[in-house]
Write a protein that binds this ligand. Sequence first.
Ligand SMILES: *Cc1c(COP(=O)(O)O)cnc(C)c1O
Length: 402
Amino acid sequence: MTTNEHLMKTYAPLDVIFEHGEGAYLWDTNGQKYLDSLCGIAVCGLGHAHPAVTKAICDQAGKLLHTSNLYQIDNQQHLADQLCEVSGMSRVFFSNSGAEANEAAIKIARLFGHKNDIDNPAIIVMDNSFHGRTMATLSATGNRKVQAGFEPLVQGFIRAPYDNIAAIESIAENNNNVVAILVEPVQGEGGIQIPAPDYLNRLREICDQNNWLLMLDEIQTGMGRTGEWFAFQHNNIQPDVMTLAKALGNGVPIGACLTNEKTSDVFQPGNHGSTFGGNPLMCATASVVIDTIKTDNLQKKAGEMGDYLVNAFKDKIGQLDGVREIRGLGLLIGIELDSEQMEQDCANLVKLALEQHLLINVTAGNVIRLLPPLILDQQQADIIVDTVSKLVIDSLQNKAAA
Ligand SMILES: *Cc1c(COP(=O)(O)O)cnc(C)c1O
């Protein structure tokens, strides 16, 4: 028997313990099998217990876990080469989490500002955004629930509505201390908010006109999930800074902050660091994740399977009163329910899905969020569509009857 007695109450976990997994499936301690349509919140893109990932971890663990960034690390250099090749960026700093990757981005923006004689640099961040739980990243986050009680917040952020170019132009007119925009290409925690198709292109133009850095938080969107390696590749632009984490290690903790020619020389020795960041074990694992996505063309498959899922959902429940919108980019999918369908019902849907042996998630109060692994096959996709559709229909009918 285990209890939660000695764990801090940062989470309120559901009443299930998973013991092992394989591909898109998990098994609990009672031997019950579940289809995983969340994959650890967009982490296990290759699914569970992927043989190539397991082998990389075991081989590397038998050789060397950790040295220090005081020495050169072959695996880290190799992973950086791979990341730059698929992203078109030029240098990488490795961290242990997404929040830390964003911390690096924020520090780069401030240092870039100071190097350009801006004494009080500010970064534009969006309403409804999520960038992490450290002090700087929760201050950048556009969600009062994440910030409340932790004031004083870190200064130096200017907030703007998401997917609103006029608001950014107005900030440009009224401020001379802006150094960067930090933005998610699709807002994940914010409810799978997908901006206008040319949003990133317009932001790129404004950044170029004003000598601001365009910094993309691709922690949830990156590593093939949206149908491209990185979401910005749908727009044919390049960011000045990009952050990654989640799916980069398929479950081992690793994050990355990538820079281009404009930003690669901002950090100099002594400006930033991490004890664990980029250690041999994490990098060996992430390298195999990249190899596997590439060999199996998983980003392309994610795009196709995502379209299949969204269309199937639109067919089944798209016309229902109570279903406000079904939207997705690759395997980043949101089903937004009416606001009367409040948080209580949505949290309940997660539990009901678990009873049906399907793992889903609800975010932003009324958006069912589906983040299945990139290896999902069509039969598994059909199970997700059937199960979720039935739960939504039942829940709306119960509501009508009540
Ligand atoms: C999850 C997430 C983060 C935070 O990553 P952690 O590894 O939990 O620190 C930051 N930004 C986005 C967009 C995320 O989805």
